[in-house]
Design a protein around this ligand. Structure first.
Ligand code: SAM
Length: 320
């Protein structure tokens, strides 16, 4: 991956995420029958990385499930917008269990959505879940009844993306979840702040969830940034939101009513079900306890909540 720069290097981070996810699936951490379709050459990952992929997925799944069950308890009265979705398989996992929301939008660069659309198109299991569907824009878009894969640049969120999803049935009155998993951090603080604010303004109620790196300045953080830089990747946003407090503030400043944040140590030790912790701990020999603590302290999940004025639709209970 070295030699890439700018947007190409950012796009390449998606392959890395997909390979790591599949490694965790193959080692028994996660169950996802679709992950393998998005990886050309599977690779093993060290236990500390597998455990990291697991906690990341589990923390986000917990928030997504809370959101889908909030209010009237039905996913069918809600919508999800996945920002920089990459090779995420979440919609297929939800659809297979009939837990999918009324509408689900995935946004990424056309290079990524085009490849994803081709992979989906060639796979019977996934096309069956889609039902009737259509590829458009030279194969970079995929549309079905309640799943839309859309090419676009998130730096133009309010001018390009919001109008586009509005033309595809986005309903501002439905509780909406915006999901950004390792995405905002690659954007400038100004672009991501605009996005987080425009998202709040685009809905009556909803949740914004972010997973990304924090703490750039301690020795582990410095090494983390250096390693990424060698691969041409810069975490443009990390200095604007380097702590749990500044992660929470990003939502409050941008018009969200409430906010929360936890790092992955907190999630692993205090929030994750103890049965799950026991099961996962038994999957591989795990000697890197100190490295695990350092690594998980440098990743956080944060969320902002916008409640409907005057009516409680249960979103206040979303949070870790
Ligand atoms: N969310 C997926 C996951 O966690 O598996 C993919 C994460 S990957 C690290 C980051 C993704 O964000 C890439 O697919 C990249 O193309 C996308 N991305 C970053 N900046 C973007 C932008 N300005 N517009 C659209 N997509 C962007």
């Amino acid at each position: 991956e070295s030699g890439l720069s700018g947007d190409d290097a950012v796009r390449a981070t998606n392959d890395d995420a997909a390979i790591s996810r599949l490694a965790a699936v193959n080692q028994g951490y996660l169950s996802d029958p679709y992950a393998k379709h998005f990886v050309r050459r599977p690779q093993r990952r060290p236990p500390v990385i597998n455990r990291g992929s697991y906690t990341r997925s589990k923390a986000l799944d917990t928030l997504v499930q809370q959101f889908l069950k909030s209010g009237d308890g039905s996913p069918k009265t809600k919508q999800i917008v996945s920002l920089g979705a990459g090779s995420d398989t979440r919609w297929f996992l939800l659809k297979a269990q009939d837990l999918h929301p009324a509408r689900y939008y995935e946004i990424d660069f056309p290079e990524i959505t085009g490849r994803k659309a081709q992979i989906i198109k060639k796979n019977n299991e996934m096309t069956e879940l889609l039902g009737e569907h259509l590829l458009t824009s030279g194969g970079t878009e995929l549309h079905s009844d309640n799943y839309h894969l859309i090419p676009g640049d998130l730096r133009n969120f309010s001018t390009e993306i919001l109008p586009r999803i509005a033309s595809l049935g986005f309903d501002k009155s439905l509780p909406t979840l915006f999901l950004s998993e390792c995405v905002l951090i690659y954007m400038s603080p100004r672009d991501s702040a605009n996005l987080v604010q425009s998202a709040a303004e685009s809905i009556e109620s909803g949740v914004f969830v972010t997973y990304e790196q924090i703490l750039p300045d301690d020795p582990f953080g410095v090494t983390m940034l250096q390693n990424l830089k060698m691969r041409g990747i810069e975490l443009l946003g990390i200095r604007a939101h380097p702590s749990l407090q500044s992660q929470r503030d990003r939502y409050l400043i941008a018009g969200w009513d409430e906010a929360g944040a936890v790092d992955m140590n907190m999630f692993w030790e205090r929030i994750l079900d103890s049965d799950e912790r026991t099961r996962v701990s038994a999957l591989e020999i795990f000697d890197e306890v100190e490295e695990w603590r350092l690594l998980s302290g440098h990743y956080c999940v944060s969320w902002g909540i916008k409640t409907r004025k005057g009516a409680d639709n249960g979103l206040k209970n979303v949070g870790l």
